[in-house]
Design a protein around this ligand. Structure first.
Ligand code: G6P
Length: 640
């Protein structure tokens, strides 16, 4: 959801800015731009070189190569359009009227309309439809006022002007500002949108996310909400929202895989699907200790504080998109395995219609990026309303499930379950979904064991058997991914002209049907609906004919026969039937079977999701679409 970069140092900024943007392109790719500040023949004001291009980053790169963007300091942006169409005039950076001051911003300035009208009334002419453009005009006007009062142009003056303008801006933002009159200075600020400062040798690189910093430095300073920083080649001055100077020790980037590399795969998404056996193997190695004879060792080793889990009566899960589907599987596990009542909410709905407060409740934010604005806002709201209650039974207990422990989520919640899937570049989440599912298995096991004699949930013996089956997961996934990669590639041509697909599942596989439909929509632009199989006869059945394929998840367990009957109902309406099911006499009704091994039904989503991902991938690839960067989407949605 827009990515920003900013660099100041002693070498040409443009190549590093473009590289940073390349690493952030997963956040948005409607347009891109950079502005660099170059001192020419020792003259101040320096010259601001602003280059922007509609479409993907390659267009901007070509423009920079052709026209040049000299200077040791600069800012850059890759855009996911919110206010204003994805056209060049709406691309960042945005400039003030004199063309001396440039701003890039990620977020939304909610009161931009009022600010724009006020500025227009004072004669300011706007060149874009964006909310961001108010910022360069406001800062430039404040700078002019300060200079008229006798103050000289400097980095400190730019800092002061930005500090005085920020309280006028409502909403969430991360921004970077350069000014031709102070060419050795860069000012950055954040409020409810991510921004990290990377510390190099005599140079600083700021970015919305770690991939842009990984090739530059491992030493980072994540900015906190409300902070503003003045960066020069000599150092950082960091200030809090009240204008007080802040001293904070930088941290080291954790993990090894921060740089995106497609290896020999055609797309990142395919590579990431193929990485899922490793995601599972890592989880098994970390969290499933070898059983020791006679010892009362926990089945699952999960590093969670007792204070989060003790005496729990309820769990609520907040998430968006694919993460919400993982949460739906999670709710099923927490209820069926651990016997604890669990509710799942769209984070964007929860915030504006929260349920009545319940006591002894764990609130879990599920977000692979750790930056989704709706999820963060819902969690913060829940934390705040619980803090207002004097009764300690209602105290907030917040857990995050994420692939980015260092994200804003990590700083908001009491504790994080890091799924450790490594960087995921494809906009359509795959290995992080599997990682989220595994986190929920861990959480459900941990709670089940803690609740021991609960009348609900699975017995200790059943849990032990499940844990034993989970150990097989990495090998099962390896075979499944390789097998379905071939099968789905061979099947894809049958969907070339398809307009609608129905995905059916029941019980713990209903969220997998939703996920199958979402994946297909996201990357192939084919309309798809996920439905609980038993509900099909109450509506979607009206859509069925020979042109509408139905993908049905039918695995042995509580609802196997029911799902097969629902599939028969579809077949009777001439639908093409694709079964994600074990091969055998029971599943002969399907026109095509995408076989999955038989496991305990509670574990089946870990396997049934694989054909969903590969079917969508191969259909989109067959249609020649941009699988990793589908239109209109972004990997991390940092606006509400
Ligand atoms: C965007 C992405 C989805 C993702 C959702 C939630 O919409 O395109 O793939 O599922 O955000 O992202 P999160 O980072 O919170 O899991």
């Amino acid at each position: 959801m827009c990515g920003i970069v900013a660099l100041i140092g002693s070498r040409e900024a443009a190549p590093q800015l473009l590289e940073g943007l390349r690493q952030l392109e997963y956040r948005g790719y409607d347009s891109a731009g950079i502005a660099t500040v170059a001192v020419e023949a020792g003259c101040i004001p320096a010259r601001l070189h602003c280059l922007r291009a509609e479409g993907k980053l390659v267009n901007l790169t070509a423009r920079v190569e052709a026209q040049g963007a000299p200077g040791l300091c600069g800012i850059g942006h890759t855009r996911w359009a919110t206010h204003g169409k994805p056209e060049e005039r709406n691309a960042h950076p945005h400039l003030d009227g004199s063309g001396q001051l440039a701003v890039v911003q990620n977020g939304i300035i909610e009161n931009h309309r009022v600010l724009r009208e006020e500025l227009q009334a004072k004669g300011v002419v706007f060149k874009s439809d964006t909310d961001t453009e108010v910022i360069p005009h406001l800062v430039a006007r404040r700078l002019a006022e300060l200079q008229a009062g006798g103050l000289l142009a400097s980095g400190s003056l730019l800092l002061r002007a930005v500090q005085e303008v920020l309280p006028l801006l409502h909403g969430a933002y991360a921004l970077a500002v350069v000014w031709a009159q102070a060419p050795g200075a860069l000012v950055v600020a954040r409020k409810a949108a991510p921004l990290l400062i990377g510390l190099g040798e005599g140079e600083f690189l700021c970015a919305s996310d770690t991939p842009a910093l990984a090739g530059f430095t491992r030493t980072i300073l994540p900015m906190e909400d409300g902070e503003v920083a003045l960066l020069t080649p000599l150092g950082i001055e960091l200030y809090d929202a009240a204008g007080e100077r802040v001293q904070r020790t930088p941290t080291l980037l954790s993990g090894t895989e921060h740089v995106a590399d497609k290896r020999s795969f055609r797309h990142f998404m395919l590579k990431e699907i193929h990485e899922q056996p490793e995601t599972a193997a890592l989880w098994v190695a970390r969290h499933l200790p070898e059983p020791t004879v006679g010892a009362a060792a926990p089945l699952v080793a999960l590093p969670l504080d007792a204070g989060l889990l003790d005496g729990l009566e309820r769990v609520q899960l907040l998430a968006c998109g694919t993460s919400r589907h993982a949460a739906q599987v999670g709710a099923y596990l927490l209820e069926q395995l651990a016997g604890i009542p669990t509710d799942v909410f769209y984070a964007s709905e929860f915030r504006y219609a929260p349920p009545p407060l319940s006591a002894h409740t764990l609130t879990v934010g599920v977000t692979q990026s750790g930056e989704t604005a709706d999820t963060l806002a819902a969690l913060a709201m829940e934390q705040e309303r619980r803090r207002q209650v004097a009764d300690p039974a209602y105290a907030p207990r917040l857990l995050g499930i994420t692939n980015r422990a260092e994200s804003s989520l990590g700083r908001l919640v009491d504790q994080v379950l890091d799924i450790g899937a490594g960087i995921e570049v494809g906009v359509a989440a795959t290995k992080t979904f599997l990682g989220q599912l595994l986190a929920f298995y861990g959480l459900a096991f941990a709670l089940a064991e803690r609740r021991g004699g609960s009348i609900n949930g699975r017995s200790p013996e059943q849990r032990r058997a499940l844990a034993q089956q989970l150990r097989q997961l990495p090998q099962q996934l390896r075979a499944l991914v390789d097998d379905h990669d071939r099968r789905c590639e061979a099947l894809a041509h049958r969907f070339a002209e398809t307009q609608d697909v129905i995905f059916l599942g029941r019980g713990i596989n209903y969220p997998i049907a939703l996920e199958g439909a979402l994946k297909l929509k996201e990357i192939s632009y084919i309309h798809a609906e996920g439905y609980p199989a038993g509900e099909m006869k109450h509506g979607p059945i009206a859509l069925l004919d020979a042109q509408v394929p139905v993908v049905s998840i039918a695995v042995p367990g509580t609802v196997f026969d029911k799902v097969l009957s629902n599939a028969q109902e579809a077949k009777a309406r001439d639908a093409q039937l694709i079964g994600v099911a074990p091969e055998g006499p029971d599943t002969e009704l399907f026109d095509v079977v995408l076989p999955v091994p038989e496991v305990d039904e509670l574990l089946s989503p870990l396997l049934t999701v694989i054909p969903m991902q590969l079917l969508s991938y191969h259909i989109a690839a067959h249609r020649g679409l941009d699988v990793d960067q589908p239109r209109n989407l972004a990997k991390s949605v940092t606006v509400e």
